[in-house]
Design a protein around this ligand. Structure first.
Ligand SMILES: [Zn+2]
Length: 405
């Protein structure tokens, strides 16, 4: 046999024509399609079911993988780790045991990376291309589940299953030839930098107040919790102000104001009340009551972020003002929204250390195992364990389709 064929190796004997020309035509989803390049006999083989683990890597790790792939600079002292983790992650993804989900937090940070398009391509080609719901939507999802309990006078129940927030293809076999969409988000770059700068300034001011008042962990935690209702009320008032007095020189502001998270939550809550036959005139009152409900503090994202900020405040008062940097808010958001759903979270050392402290260790409940550069071997061990647990049948198909041995 010579020349071009649509089928590719490994070739086996064809049952129909008996030639060794039965190759792989395609693999994706739940199906492997093999075809004979000689007589065109086609077989479709259902692939084994999968149960992939979600390993969330922070932006730093994705940049590192990018640099391993492109022979860029690796973090000092972690060169060997970078290469090994790259190989192991690649293996676990191709063995269909793991996916590395990406979120809006990555996308924001990627946009300000030096090669944003290539880095996005990495989520798709290297990570198995599963996106998570935006962090704001995850928060809203939990808020709504609590609101239902509040309006119905029931116990809150929040499902923290990964399928609540991951797109439905997480357990599909990866396509054997990956064609990624290369979106260009660079037009958002300036906006993201500005917003991040503003958030950082606000947090720095807060850090000054903590320092001045010699804030304690318990004090900050309590004030974070009791601020939930008033903060939502204020955000809503700000939104209302914006739509009521639009800047005539900026018509797009009005358009944008419908995307405010607080407005989205308010609207969702109105739907819930409508479904329950509550008179429209009472919606605002009921929503304010819900926002001031003392069980708001039990909503997973509220609880985790409040504990983290209280732990940060404690460090600031102890003299570690540097802990408040540009990345902190995104790190807190990543943990507080995604830690309850994913199997593992690789985050920066600072936040990993905070989560190990009491009372965070005892009081916070989330599914993810936390890893960081403080103990790189622990993460490598975790990946080797997953690798070793790959079922034989899956391993054989993965070898055939993706060439992973
Ligand atoms: Zn044949």
């Amino acid at each position: 046999m010579s020349g071009f064929t649509w089928e590719r190796g490994p070739f086996t004997r064809c049952a129909k024509c008996d030639n060794p020309t039965m190759g792989i035509l395609s693999a994706a989803g739940e199906l492997l399609t093999k075809r004979c390049s000689d007589c065109r006999a086609t077989v479709r083989i259902p692939l084994p079911e999968l149960d992939k683990k979600a390993i969330y890597l922070d932006q730093f790790m994705f940049s590192m993988i990018f640099n391993v792939k492109n022979n860029g600079n690796l973090p000092k002292g972690h060169e060997a780790f970078a290469k090994e983790v790259y190989t192991l992650l690649r293996r676990c993804v191709l063995l269909q045991q793991v996916f590395l989900p990406h979120s809006d937090i990555h996308h924001d940070e990627t946009t300000v990376f030096h090669s944003p398009i290539d880095l996005r391509g990495l989520y798709e080609s290297f990570g198995g291309d599963v996106s998570l719901k935006d962090s704001r939507d995850v928060e809203l999802l939990q808020d709504i589940q609590f609101a239902k309990a509040f309006f119905d006078g029931k116990e809150p129940e929040v499902s923290l299953d990964i399928d609540e927030i991951a797109d439905g293809r997480r357990n599909e076999w990866l396509p054997d030839m990956h064609v990624g969409v290369r979106a260009d988000y660079s037009q958002f770059e300036e906006h993201i930098r500005t917003v991040r700068g503003e958030v950082h300034d606000a947090l720095k001011q807060l850090a000054d107040t903590w320092l001045e008042n010699k804030a304690t962990f318990t004090g900050v935690l309590e004030s974070e919790f009791s601020a939930i209702g008033p903060t939502k009320k204020q955000a809503f008032a700000n939104w209302f102000e914006e739509v009521s007095n639009p800047d005539p020189s900026d018509p797009s502001a009005l358009f944008e104001s419908s995307g405010w998270p607080i407005h989205r939550e308010y609207r969702e809550l109105c739907y819930l009340l409508e479904e329950r036959g509550v008179d429209e005139g009472r919606h605002a009152i009921e929503i304010m009551k819900f926002w001031h409900w003392d069980r708001q503090r039990e909503i997973p994202h509220q609880k985790i972020s409040s504990y983290l900020f209280a732990a940060v405040a404690k460090r600031v008062v102890m003299g570690e003002k540097k802990i408040v940097d540009r990345g902190l808010v995104n790190d807190v958001r990543t943990i507080s929204t995604y830690a309850p759903y994913v199997d593992a979270l690789f985050i920066d050392k600072r936040c990993a250390a905070l989560l190990r402290e009491e009372p965070l260790r005892a009081d916070l409940d989330y599914k993810a195992r936390i890893f960081s550069l403080s103990d790189p071997d622990e993460f490598l061990g975790y990946l080797r364990e997953i690798e070793g647990q790959t079922p034989d049948e899956v391993r054989e198909y993965a070898a055939m389709i993706y060439g992973v041995d």
